[in-house]
Write a protein that binds this ligand. Structure first.
Ligand SMILES: O=C(O)[C@@H](CO)OP(=O)(O)O
Length: 250
């Protein structure tokens, strides 16, 4: 049996302000820093150890991983960064407040952009300052790999090659792996591992800063999955993510 731990970054400044972030490189809020430290403490207390870690190229996931590894006395393990673990690109919604988006475009449309499997938000144009193509961390990407927007289906499509080519083979060598990433890149992985349908994935939400443990069989099929934390608090945190559009006028 293999054990892999997935961790969404701690609360970001834009999670706190309830803004769509996507590939915007926002940092952790003070609460997010605390969540990451507590996740590290909890993992250590429960006896988890990692041989290596994977993360995105976005600071909120990297910083979360740093804090976790510091708490676990594991700052020395190899860490691999890859853009394929980035958050889903939120297109022209990046930077907009979620409730204000509901007020402008309506709940139904906003919910489709936020959670439908295959309808992406409106795209950026390449002259938009939010376009990632001028950012040096994406310099090695082909232009067709740099998203202008993404639905979850697109995130699954760009994430899975990294899973199949790098992460899954690493797990199969027996290495104990931690993946620090984002709400929607982890939803993409959970969808794949648990074979969740396109319809059911709409209502799956992942809370910030709470380790999600997967015990996998030899073929990397899930045997048991659980969050490390008080079940009531975990449920409340999941519900809070689901409720982020609430409070709008339409
Ligand atoms: O803003 C984002 O990039 C994501 C994660 O914070 O938001 P959501 O949960 O609405 O998909």
């Amino acid at each position: 049996m293999y054990t892999v731990v997935l961790l969404r970054h701690g609360e970001s400044v834009w999670n706190k302000e309830n803004k769509f972030a996507g590939w915007t490189d926002v940092g952790l809020s003070p609460k997010g820093v605390q969540e990451a430290i507590e996740a590290g403490r909890y993992l250590k207390k429960e006896g988890y150890v990692f041989d290596l870690a994977f993360t995105s190229v976005l600071s909120r996931a990297i910083k979360t991983l740093w804090l976790v590894l510091e708490e676990m006395d594991l700052m020395w393990i190899p860490v691999y960064h890859n853009w394929r673990l980035n958050e889903r690109h939120y297109g022209a919604l990046q930077g907009l407040n979620k409730v204000e988006t509901v007020n402008t475009f309506g709940m139904e449309q906003t919910q489709i952009w936020r959670r439908s499997y295959d309808t992406p938000p409106p795209p950026l144009t390449q002259d938009d300052p939010r376009w990632p193509g001028n950012d040096p961390r994406y310099a090695s990407l082909k232009s067709e790999e740099i998203p202008l927007t993404e639905c979850l289906k697109d995130t699954v499509a760009r994430f899975l090659p990294y899973w199949h080519e790098t992460i899954a083979p690493t797990i199969k060598t027996g290495k104990r792996v931690l993946i620090a990433a984002h709400g929607n890149s982890l939803r993409a992985l959970v969808k794949y591992l648990d074979q969740i349908s396109d319809e059911a994935i709409v209502s799956l939400n992942i809370p910030t800063g709470i380790p999600l443990v997967y015990e996998l069989d030899e073929g990397l099929k899930p045997i048991r999955t659980f969050y490390l934390g008080d079940p009531e608090k975990v449920q409340a945190a999941i519900q809070a993510v689901a409720n982020q559009l609430k409070g709008g006028k339409k």
